[in-house]
Write a protein that binds this ligand. Structure first.
Ligand code: ADP
Ligand code: MG
Length: 516
């Protein structure tokens, strides 16, 4: 009897903190030679951090950091990306690290060109580049400047380069997220060749279909830990999703979705039909009635934010149509959407919403100022009235409306932003992750407010990565998978289980989404 060969990579019980905040708290990853290994987890689960430790971009040397890494037969600890690369670990990033103006051949051998009498031997560079491309079955002109290639082709050049420096483990972190189907298939063909060569690949993707198409096994991470390792054949899509989200199927409870339901023939307030907003949104439809909250569900990268961007004029869809009150709607900008009564609360309040140096009063009323102006002057009394009204209504905790908004807690800042749009009395409110990063109390306040606004007749579209919240706050869920709306789950069957099943493309998930 022979003992089984140790895995190529054995990363065990890794802990990593940033400024005392743990990002990894017991993560493990084992990869065999000749294996394509999927790595999956919700946003923030720790995938990228794990990979950065593996590739030498982060060191395991802070307080509270620990763990062991064995690679290719012995313990390792990479002090730099160069050290990891020298050992045979090559990351392929989405933004490929190639020199755009140089040719494919030059890029393949950049920094290690074959030389003759001390000079670069260009003839050999081209010969070896050609041989490499042939070996990998790639049909890319080696004379072309890399900058003129598609993203997929650039990634293939990066992979070819990794293979030629004899990478034993190639890591692809979300490499496919901006590729179309044909390009993904091309990439997979080279991944399969690498596997056949005995190399290993770690493949991070949120597209479940891709994991099943290319991976042998999968490691699921959640909250900085490895929570499951399985052969692809032994785990269903639904199990993958429930494990990622940390939901026991048996324990999944029914939402408290209200029984508000529009009359079947009522004209939708806002309707989106077969919207495409590439590359993330391919074909998405939804109907929103006045007084209704539609929850947009989907895994990370399914296209929720990008669909919203099309709904409020930030992106112009390349196909499909929007209707407001049954009338065709073509939005050129968010300002136009606002003018038509469609407001959007950004997922990223720091980058897109809040003005940290301005006061609560100014942050709250900034969008309203044009309407408060008289003869070019702001009507201060009217402004104060609106500001006071919303501070009271949303329970914004501030010492004084003149206080800089940056001094408020995250939850209160979020309420100020929400008030900014509510003050405009929109008919449609798009809420992208309205409760992310705020405390429990503020979350409950926002949930209550959403219910109340809908009861008053507003139409609300909501995304949240907290499934429980989505089910509790929505009257109907529209599930996006890979940029396509695949199910519409009405209140009576709206459960976490039904949403996850649709996200995972598993068994019954409410009504199929009609197209056309
Ligand atoms: P994933 O790739 O699975 O989305 P990440 O590894 O990017 O997850 O993040 C895991 C956690 O670590 C998150 O809470 C993130 O905010 C935190 N984190 C990641 N990198 C850093 C960093 N450089 N500084 C501080 N926190 C970080
Ligand atoms: Mg990541």
């Amino acid at each position: 009897m022979t003992t089984p060969a140790p895995p190529l990579l054995d990363l065990h019980d890794v802990h990593k903190s940033f400024g005392g905040v743990p990002a990894l708290r017991g993560a493990s990853l084992q990869v065999e030679r000749g294996e394509v290994h999927g790595l999956i987890g919700q946003n923030g689960a720790g995938k990228s951090t794990l990979i950065k430790i593996l590739t030498g971009a982060y060191a395991l040397d802070g307080p509270g950091d620990q763990g062991s890494i064995h690679f290719d037969g012995g313990p390792v600890r990479f002090g730099s990306p160069q050290a990891a690369r020298a050992a045979g670990i090559s990351p392929i990033y989405q933004e490929v690290n190639l020199v755009g103006l140089r040719s494919v051949a030059e890029n393949l051998f950049l920094g290690r060109e074959p030389r003759r009498y001390g000079l670069i031997d260009w003839r050999r560079v081209r010969q070896e580049a050609l041989a490499l491309m042939q070996r990998l079955g790639l049909q890319i002109d080696i004379e072309r400047p890399v900058g003129t290639l598609s993203t997929a082709e650039q990634q293939m050049v990066a992979i070819a380069r990794a293979v030629s420096v004899d990478a034993k483990l190639v890591i692809m972190d979300e490499s496919t997220s901006s590729l179309d189907d044909r390009e993904v298939e091309l990439l997979f063909s080279i991944v399969r060749r690498m596997r056949a060569d005995g190399r290993a690949v770690v493949f991070v993707s949120h597209r479940l279909d891709e994991l099943y198409a290319i991976c042998d096994r999968v490691t699921v991470m959640r909250d900085g830990r490895t929570v499951r390792v399985a052969r692809m054949g032994d785990i269903s899509k639904l199990e993958l999703v429930t494990t990622m989200l940390g939901k026991e199927l048996a324990g999944v409870h029914r939402g408290v979705a209200a029984d508000r339901k529009p009359a079947a023939d009522a004209q939708p307030l806002l309707a989106a039909r077969d919207i495409a907003n590439p590359p993330r949104v391919r074909r998405a439809s939804l109907q929103l009635h006045a007084g209704q909250t539609v929850g947009l569900a989907g895994l990370l990268g399914a296209g929720r934010t990008e669909l919203m961007r099309a709904l409020y004029g930030a992106d112009r869809p390349t196909a499909g149509e929007l209707r407001l009150d049954g009338q065709a709607l073509q939005l050129q900008s968010p300002a136009q959407a606002l003018a038509r009564g469609i407001a959007y609360l950004s997922e990223d309040r720091k980058a897109e919403g809040i003005f940290p140096n301005l006061s609560v009063r100014e942050n709250l009323s900034i969008a309203l100022l044009p309407r408060l102006a008289r003869a070019g002057l702001v009507d201060r009394a009217a402004q104060a009235k609106v500001v006071d009204e919303f501070i009271a209504r949303l329970g914004i905790k501030t010492a004084d409306p003149g206080q800089p908004v940056s001094q408020l807690s995250g939850g209160n800042q979020q309420k100020v932003l929400l008030a900014r749009w509510l003050a405009l009395k929109p008919r449609v409110l798009l809420l992208d992750e309205p409760t992310r990063g705020i405390d429990v109390g503020a979350k409950a306040d926002i949930a209550a407010l959403v219910h109340q606004l809908a009861a008053e007749g507003m139409g609300i579209v909501l995304t949240t990565s907290e499934l429980e919240e989505l089910v509790a706050m929505s009257d109907v869920a529209v599930v996006l998978r890979d940029g396509t709306s695949v199910a519409e789950i009405p209140a009576e069957s709206l459960t976490e289980e039904a949403v996850m099943a649709a996200m995972a493309d598993a068994a019954p998930a409410g009504d199929e989404m009609p197209h056309g």
